[in-house]
Design a protein around this ligand. Structure first.
Ligand code: CP
Length: 312
């Protein structure tokens, strides 16, 4: 029994057919119910796969949920620390990945600032590459766990109205979710500060004012302002607003939450800023799916790792 890892990258939601998304969600549901029953439901192979987390940007949820997911599957986990690695001596990203591959690492989980770094080397390596968030455009594992959370709660995705509100322009979560939700037949309503929105031609979604988005949506997905990315966008120098004003103008305040339909639910990929894009009381309130998203992150990443490391 061996492990095959060829051509099982997960780099962009755009690469997945709807049927493949559904198959990942089905496996993620299986893992979610196994975890709820306190079992893994997985046979550990004699030759346990090895995965390596390579995070060149900060992360709490994605990094640790990939690690928890891998451990629940019985995989070995290496955690790469770029500040103590040979990248400090000039080793390239490609040479780092080839070195790990030569050691028998089966999958690399990568978070990086560059938009296309992972895609550029994908055809030159045999281990599976899993995008854990790159640049402003791709965060496929987050979009998949969001789909699972919506499907679990509503029993479907098709036909639902999903409002995504906040800094959409710099959010890889928004970009991957727009792609995934469009594919699954949801209707999207985008809203937030004008200068932090996508061109409607680029997003192919309805742009509406915040109160309309909140009133009409089945799911209100709030996003934080990606302050760490504003500096690389000269046009963003003009986006200066204090936290209180942001909360009043663009945040999910308690008053705005009262505009939501009775059945509508709140989501946020986190990390969230209580009192800025969302009132702190709503985070743990009865309409919040935010911590469900975090637990579904483990089940979804189990399904993603399983897909990447199919055992023969
Ligand atoms: N949602 C998300 O990607 O969180 P982390 O940055 O903590 O991984």
């Amino acid at each position: 029994m061996g492990i095959t890892t060829i051509n099982k990258h997960l780099i962009s939601i755009k690469d997945l057919e709807k049927i493949e998304i559904e198959s990942i969600l089905d496996r993620a549901s299986f893992f979610a119910s196994s975890l709820e029953r306190g079992v893994c439901g997985y046979n550990i192979d004699q030759l346990n796969p090895v995965i390596c987390n390579l995070f060149f940007e900060p992360s709490t949820r994605t990094r640790f949920s990939f690690e928890v997911a891998a451990k629940k599957l019985g995989y070995h986990v290496l955690n790469f620390d770029s500040s103590k690695s040979s990248t400090q001596k000039g080793e390239t990203f490609y040479d780092t990945i080839k070195t790990l591959e030569a050691m028998g690492v089966n999958a690399a989980i990568i978070r990086c600032t560059e938009e296309n770094l992972i895609q550029e080397i994908a055809d030159r390596v045999e281990l599976s590459l899993i995008n854990a968030g790159s640049g402003t455009k791709e965060h496929p594992s987050q979009a998949l766990l969001d789909l699972l959370t919506i499907r679990e709660h509503f029993g479907k995705i098709e036909g639902l109205k999903i409002a995504i509100i906040g800094d959409i322009k710099h959010s890889r979560v928004a970009s991957s979710n727009i792609s995934a939700l469009n594919k699954m037949g949801a209707e999207l309503l985008l809203s937030g500060p004008e200068s932090l929105q996508l061109d409607t031609k680029e997003s192919n979604c309805n742009q509406v004012d915040i109160d309309t988005a909140i009133k009409e949506a089945d799911v209100v997905m709030m996003l934080r302002v990606q302050k760490e990315r504003l500096g690389s966008y000269p046009d963003m120098d003009t986006f200066k607003i204090n936290s209180d004003d942001y909360h009043k103008e663009y945040g999910l305040t308690l008053d705005r939450a009262n505009l939501m339909q009775k059945h509508a639910m709140i989501m946020h990929p986190a990390p969230f800023n209580r009192g800025i894009e969302i009132d702190g009381e709503l985070v743990e309130g009865p309409r919040s799916l935010i911590y469900k998203q975090v637990s579904n992150g483990v089940a979804t990443r189990m399904a993603i790792l399983e897909r990447a490391l199919k055992q023969l």
